[in-house]
Design a protein around this ligand. Structure first.
Ligand SMILES: O=c1ccn([C@@H]2O[C@H](COP(=O)(O)OP(=O)(O)O[C@H]3OC[C@@H](O)[C@H](O)[C@H]3O)[C@@H](O)[C@H]2O)c(=O)[nH]1
Ligand SMILES: [O-]c1cc(O)cc2[o+]c(-c3ccc(O)cc3)c(O[C@@H]3O[C@H](CO)[C@@H](O)[C@H](O)[C@H]3O)cc12
Length: 457
């Protein structure tokens, strides 16, 4: 039976790692004739407009992020602030409740998709719309930390020892944290916004919605998705990876010129998403590790803490030594285009969930250096469960040396490396499954028919 056309409002967490996948999903829905109202902060509108492939059906509504104490003036996305300030952005977004309410009241959508704004379901009962809590982090990261089985005691905290153990019924033995990694999840039980912890925020968002949705697929995370669905007693709608077709825009000339000068599959590309800022010492080990591989490389990273430019951060004599075979750029580049350039042979990634999908769908060897908790779990998924990537070794403080990085890269780039051949073979199988044209299409179509059912109930 034909489905009716829906009007969906999107209100993602204001980080590019969240707004971008919400927009990819919007494009898929608009391509099938559904109308989207996308609520986002002013500056992001300019940065995302080229990724809006259906401007006739996807309308951006720019909202203003109020200033709160601790949030740098003018900052309105998580990508402009260090991780330790993101809690202040959450506080600012909570103050947008009336602004969002007025907009939704005026637009009258059938559905609102949201993630960190746990108060959206309260507006739903006042105005009348259905809610989907759309998660763009892995099912693994939600299942291990953000389920009722993890409920903290009265003091709202969970100790590092407790965090080391997955919650009761957690269905994976390989996608887990190692000793010393529990502290990467401890932020979850601290204040995130005013008067609410990250755990309370995300679990409230999931408990009160009409359906929980995750940007993942059964093939990769089936048992973890079932676990979350059972924990919340909610319909679990999966959208699949929702990655767009490669853009037809050309790769920026300076990168194309550099990459074209190397043999196929020889260049190492390194990027850590839109939020990570390294300590200067760690940044230097990273670039020195790349130098040590003797391979050509292209790095796109934010300048480390305490440095205004990338040049300030580079080790003594580094630029002269690597001239002609290495570039270190202090900003974002067109990652999907670079990953698909024939010269790129290896991707050194933080394994943010977006980058994880992009790496799996590329032909590159994958070397992982996770930073945040969810990135560690995504890394375990690729390296331990799927065996499609290698993880760089670190000490118990999370630090890696230039030798550790070089070893990780060489283990997949050396022609006669057994590990290299093995991960390449496993990766190729997953790439084939995920890039089959019917794979993503089927996910989106099932997702839409599930939405239609929810709308009718
Ligand atoms: O130079 C760059 C770097 C990144 N990108 C793009 O930016 C996106 C980054 O998204 P990721 O999810 O990988 O990483 P972010 O760190 O930005 O995301 C954030 O949200 C998702 C979570 O899994 C991450 O832990 C969190 O940091 C990717 O689509 C990537 O292609 C660029 O286009 N250019
Ligand atoms: O690090 C994380 C570890 C973990 O086990 C779970 C999450 O979940 C989320 C999340 C965010 C939004 C949702 O609706 C569900 C889950 C994480 O999000 C990241 O949180 C950072 C907090 O500072 C934020 O800066 C970043 O943009 C988010 O992607 C992290 C973990």
């Amino acid at each position: 039976m034909a489905q009716s056309k829906l009007h969906i409002a999107m209100f993602p967490w204001f980080a590019f790692g969240h707004m971008t996948p919400f927009l990819h999903l919007s494009n898929e829905l608009a391509q099938r004739g559904h109308q989207i109202s996308f609520l986002l902060p002013k500056k992001a509108q300019i940065q995302l407009q080229n990724a809006n492939l259906h401007p006739n059906l996807i309308t951006f509504y720019a909202l203003s992020v109020p200033h709160v104490e601790g949030l740098p003036p003018g900052a309105d996305t998580a990508s402009e602030i260090p991780i330790f300030l993101t809690s202040r952005l959450a506080a600012a977004m909570d103050l947008m409740r009336d602004q969002v309410k007025d907009k939704i009241h005026q637009l009258k959508p059938d559905f609102v998709f949201y993630d960190s704004a746990h108060w959206i379901p309260e507006l739903a009962s006042e105005i009348g719309f259905k809610t989907v809590c759309y998660n763009v982090v892995s099912a693994a990261s939600i299942a291990i930390a953000l389920v009722p089985a993890r409920k903290p005691g009265k003091d709202r905290s969970v100790s590092d020892e407790e965090l080391m153990e997955p919650p009761a019924g957690y269905p994976s033995s390989s996608v887990v944290l190692r000793k010393h990694e529990a502290r990467s999840l401890s932020f979850i039980f601290t204040e995130f916004g005013d008067g609410i912890t990250f755990y309370e925020r995300v679990t409230t968002a999931m408990r009160n919605c009409d359906a929980v949705s995750i940007r993942t697929c059964r093939e990769l995370e089936g048992p973890l998705c079932d676990y979350i669905g059972n924990q919340y007693g909610k319909p679990m709608l999966l959208t699949g990876p929702v990655l767009p077709e490669p853009t037809k825009a050309p790769l920026e000339h300076r990168w194309a010129e550099f990459l074209n000068s190397f043999e196929p599959g020889t260049v190492v590309f390194c990027a850590f998403g839109s939020q990570i800022i390294l300590e200067k010492k760690q940044f230097q080990e990273l670039v020195l590790g790349l130098e040590l591989t003797c391979l050509p490389f292209l790095v796109a990273l934010k300048p480390p803490f305490g440095c205004t430019t990338i040049e300030d951060a580079l080790p003594e004599g580094f630029e002269e030594r690597i001239r002609g075979r290495g570039i270190v750029h202090g900003g974002m580049v067109q990652q999907p285009l670079i990953l698909n350039h024939t010269s790129i042979g290896c991707f050194v990634s933080h394994c943010g969930f977006g980058s994880m999908w992009e790496s799996l769908m590329s032909a590159c060897q994958i070397v992982l250096v996770p930073h945040l908790g969810d990135q560690i779990l995504n890394t375990r998924l690729l390296a331990e469960e799927l065996k499609t990537a290698v993880e760089v070794e670190r000490d118990e403080n999370g630090w890696f040396t230039k030798e550790d990085l070089c070893k990780g890269i060489k283990s997949v780039m050396d022609k006669d490396s057994k590990i290299g051949c093995w991960v390449k073979e496993n990766h190729a199988k997953w790439k084939e499954t995920l890039t089959d044209p019917s794979f993503m299409k089927n996910y989106i179509e099932n997702f839409l028919s599930n939405l239609d059912e929810i709308r009718k109930n």
